[in-house]
Write a protein that binds this ligand. Structure first.
Ligand code: MG
Length: 376
């Protein structure tokens, strides 16, 4: 029986994780649940799965049914946890992810921000502690699976697939006409708000390029992106002989969660089988067809290296938040990232930053972003 701690249990990945665990309840138990603010759902989950340790991060009530964040830290380092599922949106989850890695646990990482901002540190620590990092972002999960089946020297490149988001095939003449509602209207995937906006701006793919770089130790030129609107192929790996391996399935996060929980074995995912007849059209379109600057931002950040991925991520997080709150127009997401990256470039970024430097750059870039938006 594997003991699982879920960070972000009330979000979309957290809820799906509970469903997968329920379907495999002979093999997994839940040792703790952490949520940001959805108290009602957290209590329901604790009750349903008989979980003793639950933590509400934004806890204003003096209620002793909740444990503190430091008790969750202790839990991570105890033998009461084998697997940590990290699904807290944004860079907020970084600290607990780092603890889980230092504790040598298997960690399933759903949110890309911590890997983008501090990927080099997380991977270095994982090597030291023998912690197993399994990405459950669908693209990286597919690549992880493909890479397990080849010798590393035989790899040519990886190809990350991209649904294209809600604005593919819509000729957009004016980015600033895009509303929050338009952007949240994703054609294929069900996911959290931050992720949906990132998918609409393609910043999602920008973050995924950087995420892949750290996770799989690749050079920027070994990472390609292709638009595949049906989201049936979840990414690919090209080998030396020019054959391509891929993972195909229904676009359903539960498959990735089941992959990470069960690895290297396969467990029930509750996803329906993929019908090739119903999905008999698989298209691939050049990413250049979409006129967003996102992919270029990622490439630039990787060329600059050092703190620039952290800066890109911070600027994007702030801009997305402001867009969701209707405080800025859609195109200002791009303007903010561009401005903040340029501002940082001048100050130059460190080649091999420490965690402290990363956290500092994160705070600074957030401040720059807020100031820039305020001035507009
Ligand atoms: Mg993804």
């Amino acid at each position: 029986m594997k003991k699982v701690l879920i960070l972000g249990s009330t979000g979309s990945v957290g809820q799906s994780t509970l469903e997968v665990i329920k379907a495999n309840n002979k093999d997994f138990s839940i040792s703790g649940l952490v949520a940001k603010s959805n108290k009602k759902l957290l209590l329901e989950q604790a009750n349903k799965f008989n979980v003793k340790k639950i933590c509400l991060i934004n806890n204003d009530s003096k209620n002793d049914i909740f444990v503190s964040e430091s008790e969750i830290e202790d839990l991570i380092f105890s033998d009461q946890v084998d697997i940590v599922v990290a699904a807290i949106s944004g860079i907020a989850g970084l600290k607990t992810i780092l603890s889980s890695i230092k504790a040598g646990k298997r960690i399933l990482i759903a949110n890309k921000e911590p890997l983008v901002a501090a990927g080099q540190i997380l991977m270095k620590e994982a090597k030291k502690s023998n912690s197993e990092i399994i990405p459950i972002d669908s693209e990286h999960c597919a690549i992880h699976q493909c890479l397990k089946n080849i010798e590393r020297e035989d790899l040519n490149r990886i190809i990350i697939t991209c649904s294209g988001g809600p604005f593919l095939r819509k000729k957009i003449t004016n980015f600033n006409k895009i509303t929050v509602e338009d952007a949240l209207n994703h054609p294929v995937w069900k996911m959290g708000t931050k992720n949906l906006i990132d998918s609409a701006s393609l910043m999602n793919k920008a973050l995924e390029i950087i995420e892949a770089k750290w996770l799989f130790d690749l050079k920027s030129e070994q990472i390609d992106v292709i638009i595949h609107p049906q989201s049936i192929i979840h990414s690919m790996v090209e080998t030396k002989d020019n054959s391509i391996l891929s993972v195909m399935s229904e676009p359903d996060m539960k498959i990735c969660i089941a992959y990470g929980l069960g690895f290297p074995r396969k467990i029930k995912s509750l996803s329906k089988p993929l019908s090739l007849i119903e999905n008999n059209l698989l298209e691939f379109i050049n990413i250049d067809q979409i006129d967003f600057p996102s992919i270029k931002f990622a490439r630039d950040a990787l060329i600059s290296g050092g703190l620039m991925p952290t800066v890109l991520n911070a600027a994007n997080e702030i801009a997305v938040k402001k867009f969701i709150n209707n405080e800025i127009k859609f195109d200002l997401i791009f303007d903010t990232i561009k401005h903040v990256m340029e501002k940082f470039d001048k100050e130059n970024s460190k080649i091999d930053p420490s965690l402290e430097q990363i956290l500092e750059a994160n705070e600074k870039a957030r401040l720059f972003s807020l100031n820039y938006i305020k001035k507009i």
